[in-house]
Design a protein around this ligand. Structure first.
Ligand code: ADP
Length: 214
């Protein structure tokens, strides 16, 4: 899979990347300061915004935005509605995922009243309900507490290992990048300034990386 993309807003270039390649079965963490272009990059791959350039091989990618949205219906229905199978199968799969994410007890609750972290886990269940070959997650555990984050990571990891999908996610945590990803891509001012194995992150001499949540 490959992407070349340039995005300009109000005359300033917020993303400018060329021939960025990803492989199926691998996990990639996007890191970098606020406003460095990580979300814009994910949105380009997901086909959600216009950009100059091209993508190759990202068809059928599924995308989880930074802010989880909830429809005014049960948590279970919020997840099941994303399924491509018949309703009963979607519901069964949704139930199993909610349990794995340890929010099974909230299945009947109206999703609008969930807490931020609960809503985020529901949104994660929604994107992981069916099989997709490219999973795009924008700070998937930003609203979760430490324990819930680990639960989410375990479920994401299991999904990607089983489906051999490519996982591309934005994070502000070095530990999360190391636990979940094989490689990191460092964004600075709309460009990818560094790319490497996540194991190298701890020893990286970079002002931003050295300040990341450890
Ligand atoms: P990150 O995800 O790394 O925090 P973003 O990709 O969200 O960064 O944003 C990159 C830059 O693009 C920021 O300066 C942001 O303000 C700007 N930006 C993002 N979306 C828009 C938009 N719809 N209109 C104008 N500027 C935008």
């Amino acid at each position: 899979m490959k992407i070349t993309a340039k995005v300009i807003y109000n005359g300033s270039t917020v993303l400018d990347v060329k021939d960025v390649c990803f492989e199926l079965g691998k996990k990639y963490a996007l890191i970098g300061p606020n406003g460095s272009g990580k979300s814009t990059f994910l949105k380009c791959i997901a086909g959600l915004i216009r950009f100059d350039g091209e993508t190759e091989g990202f068809d059928g990618a599924v995308y989880m935005p930074q802010n989880s949205f909830a429809f005014s219906m049960s948590t279970l229905s919020n997840v099941a509605l994303a399924g491509k199978n018949k309703a009963s199968i979607n519901k069964e799969k949704a139930k199993r995922l909610l349990k794995k994410l340890e929010i099974g007890h909230l299945a009947k609750k109206n999703a609008v009243s969930l807490s931020g972290g609960e809503k985020q886990r529901m949104a994660l269940a929604r994107v992981l309900l069916d099989n997709h070959l490219v999973i795009l997650l924008d700070e998937p555990t930003a609203s979760c507490d430490a324990k819930s984050s680990l639960i989410c990571e375990r479920v994401i990891d299991e999904y990607v290992n089983e489906s051999k999908a490519a996982l591309i996610f934005a994070t502000h945590s070095i530990k999360q990048a190391k636990r979940l990803a094989d490689e990191f891509l460092l964004f600075e001012e709309g460009k990818i300034t560094l790319r490497g194995k996540t194991g190298e992150l701890d020893s990286l001499k970079n002002g931003f990386v050295e300040c990341m949540i450890k």
